[in-house]
Each structure stands twice: as C-alpha cells, then as structure tokens.
Design a protein around this ligand. Sequence first.
Ligand SMILES: Cc1cc2nc3c(=O)[nH]c(=O)nc-3n(C[C@H](O)[C@H](O)[C@H](O)COP(=O)(O)OP(=O)(O)OC[C@H]3O[C@@H](n4cnc5c(N)ncnc54)[C@H](O)[C@@H]3O)c2cc1C
Length: 480
Amino acid sequence: MQVIKTNAAIIGCGPAGLACALSLTQMGYKGPIHLLDSGRPFARRQCPVDNQEACHGCQGVCNVLAGFGGSVHYGDSIKLSKFPSGRRLYELLGTEHAEALTDAALNLLQPRNDPKAIDFRHSREEGAVPFPLKCYPVATLCSKWVKRAIEDLHARVAETKTIQLQLLTQWRQIERRAGGGFEMLVTDSLRSDQQRVLHADRLIIAAGRLGSRWWRKQVRQLGLEYIPATASAGVRFECPASLLAGAHQLHPDFKISVWRQGIKLKTFCFCAGPGGGRVKFTDYADFTLLDGHVIVEGEPRLANFGLLTQLRDESGEPRPYEWIEQELLSAYRSLRADRPGKPVLQWYPDFCGRRLTCTTLEQFERLTGSKPSVSDYSVANLATLFPPKAHDALCEVFEELLDFFRGLVHYPQSLDQTLSQVGVVGLEIENMWDQLQVSPAMETSCAGLYACGDSAGVSQGILQAAISGIAAAEDLAIRA
Ligand SMILES: Cc1cc2nc3c(=O)[nH]c(=O)nc-3n(C[C@H](O)[C@H](O)[C@H](O)COP(=O)(O)OP(=O)(O)OC[C@H]3O[C@@H](n4cnc5c(N)ncnc54)[C@H](O)[C@@H]3O)c2cc1C
C-alpha cells in the first residue's frame, strides 16, 4: 500500500481547516501540509433539494456539508457572529487573544478584491425584550460575498505550493505511531477500496458536522479526554416572512434559551433576512436532518427558525449518543415508509394536537396558503417523536414567541389564524459533539493532535471555527 509522509495533515476544508492551513503558511511554516476533504470542489456542490428536487444523499458525501468550504455552502448567504457567541471558546482563549484572533479570522475570510470592511450590527441591550435574548454583534453576508470569499480562499490555497489539497478523500482510521506522530488510513470518498496510508507528525481534525460520528468513535479509540455531549433535538417552524421580520430587526440571530416544564429549550439558526430564509437538508447517509439559511437577496416569502429541547432522561442526565441512534433516529426513520430517515412536514395545529388531519402536501398548501420553501417532504406525525412534556414545552414556547413576533409587526391576523399558517419540519439535532479537553492552542489531551472548529465541541459557527484554526496554526508554527 502507498505510504505518504507529511509534517502536518488537516482533515476538513471548512473554515477551521482552511484558516489553519493558510495561517500556517503565512506564519512561515515550511510544510508540506496535506489538506484533505471528503467532499467535492466548491463549484460542484449543488444541492438538489435547493432546486426543489429530492435529496439523494450525493453518494454519501452531502454537498451541503462537505467539500471545499465545509458547511459554508457555496451559493448561500451566511451570518458571522462575534464573541460572546461561542462563550466557551472565548473563555478558553482569554479576552485579549480572542479579540486578536477575531481580527485575524475576519481578515482571512475577507476576499482580497473586496476592501469593504464587514459590517457588524450590534443588537439591542440584553433584557430589552420579554425573553432572555443573547446579544452579540452579527454580520449578514449575501451569497455573492460568500462566493467571492470561497473562490478567493481556493485561489490562495492553489497559490501556496506547500499546501497539498486533496478533495474527495476520506480519512477512515487514525492511530498513534510508536515513535510519535500518527498513521491514517485514507481512501477515495466514493471508492473505499482505493486505500493509502498517511504518516503525519501533527494532525489537525476539523471535520465538522459530516465528520461528527466518525470523530466521536476516534475520540474514544484514541482515549482522548472529553465531556460527553448534551445534544438537543427539535423542529423548525416555517412561517410567512413578514411575521418574523420584526424579530430579525431586534437581532438577526434572535437567540434565546428558556426553561419550561423542567426542560431547557433554545431557538436555533433564526433565518429571517431581508429575503426571508430557506430550509436546508443536511444528509448523514442513513438519515437526513434539517438546518436553515438566511436569504439576503430576493423577495421574502417564507422565513424559519429552529426550536430545540435538550435531550435529558428523567433524572436529568444527558441522553447518550446510543439513545439518539437507537430511540430517536429509529422513531424518526419509521415516520416515512417511502424513504425512511428523510425529513417530514406537519401542519402546526396538527403538531400541537399530536394528530394528523392534514395528510398531503396539497392540503397543507391550501390550509396555510403557501408552499414550503423546499418540497422533498412527506406529511407525518412529527410530534410523536417528542415525549409529551417536551412536546408541550415546544408548543408553549413557540406560541409565546409567535405572539410576541406578531405584536412587533402589527400582524393583521389573530394568533389562531397565524398559527394555522405555520408548517413544522423535522428532525433537527444539534450539539452532537463531545466537549474535548483542549488547550488554548486547541491541542487535545494527545500531544500533536489538535481539534478545531465544530470538532473541538467548544463552540459552533463560521467565525469561531476560523478563529480556532488560527489558534492551532500559531502553536504549530512556533513548535516547527
Ligand atoms: C446549513 C447550515 C447553515 C449554517 N449557517 C451558519 C451561519 O450562517 N453562520 C454560522 O456562523 N454558522 C453557520 N452554520 C454552522 C457553521 O457552518 C459551522 O459551525 C462551521 O462551518 C464549522 O466549521 P468547521 O470547519 O469546523 O467544519 P465544517 O465547515 O463542517 O467542515 C468540515 C469538513 O470536514 C470534512 N470531513 C468530515 N469528515 C471527514 C473525513 N473523515 N475525511 C475527510 N474530510 C472530512 C467535511 O467534508 C467538511 O467539508 C451553518 C451550518 C449549516 C449546516
């Protein structure tokens, strides 16, 4: 079998991996650096669901989650959130270093031919609304900006001789080598029989969402120190865009956490930009979850946001990942006989009543007066995935929020009429990452092995991923 030797290898071409590779070379690291990703080149990452077609999983390498750019999907708008969003990472780095790395990450993400500084909006004071709104500066960047940024990051990687970019390349197994460093089994993403071995002195894991299950197993096999994840599961509510416009004005990322009936709930990924928001499918081969994206350009029609409940058992202990696989995901798969594990839709009055009176997409469109932003759903009783207490808490918080949002924009319909315009889609699961014990340079409890971005489990978000990638690069450059 072919054996390749390298100084540093980075798994994942998302913001964390790219920031690490480019910063390392800027800092004079002599390389070579192997930068690998299981996904496709950025321009070949079309998602069929965005074109109103069915999700076919892209041969197990989801184009929304994988490829050059990582979970920053070429062609979508993004939001960048500054600290204190990502509080754990902020505390790990310390104020001064965190601020310096934020500037470095923004500089790195900014396309070279676009001198205009990224415009961050500061939200209202905390407590200015009847919910505990999290406040941090947010910038919303349109799809044209994102395209330019990814094209420019790609050009910079291509110009750097020491970075060896390999796409459609998957890392399957990592082991420590007796004399130091790491040995990895690498295959082509679409052909697992094409194997080779890679020896790296230093290894940086920036494998994001797509790599979360694979990395979870590796963390245990390598004996790394970690705190298990406390995952959350929930649904996404899709409503007329005009209804959520006022909340978007208050804070583009309207993020709250509240307790109801002894359960912690949080809003997630608020997608109500000037053009509304769209639902995104994220595929993990044997099941598909949901996320959202803000839309900056275009006529707003629909907007959406996620509402999630923390997954804990009756004694308050976090549900282990095995429970999610065996209980939650198997129940989710059973909701759809035609394509098990694909997302489902339910009319809000039915979701609330845990029943199914609206049974087809045509009926849903007639009842709500609108077509969902994506069409690859079957109608099913999504509500049954949640225990009664969690379900009631989801409905209670959603209705409180919706009533508040109606008031902000003087929405002409009554609350009941408004609720009947809402579609509930699922399933959404967040926070599946173990919180690794990492140093401020993102080094794990195994010397020479770094975890950046989502894989570290200390923060989520594009800017935070890039910041952690640069923190690792600084350390690697000093030690070289
Ligand atoms: C639909 C969607 C919308 C989002 N919108 C926003 C937003 O607007 N603002 C925001 O701040 N955050 C957003 N996020 C979250 C944000 O994208 C992530 O937090 C961020 O991209 C994490 O960066 P990362 O580099 O750690 O991982 P990723 O960006 O996920 O990149 C990881 C890369 O690793 C590769 N990989 C995984 N496993 C392997 C393997 N075994 N071998 C080789 N390669 C592998 C994957 O193919 C992928 O390209 C969104 C996420 C999604 C899914």
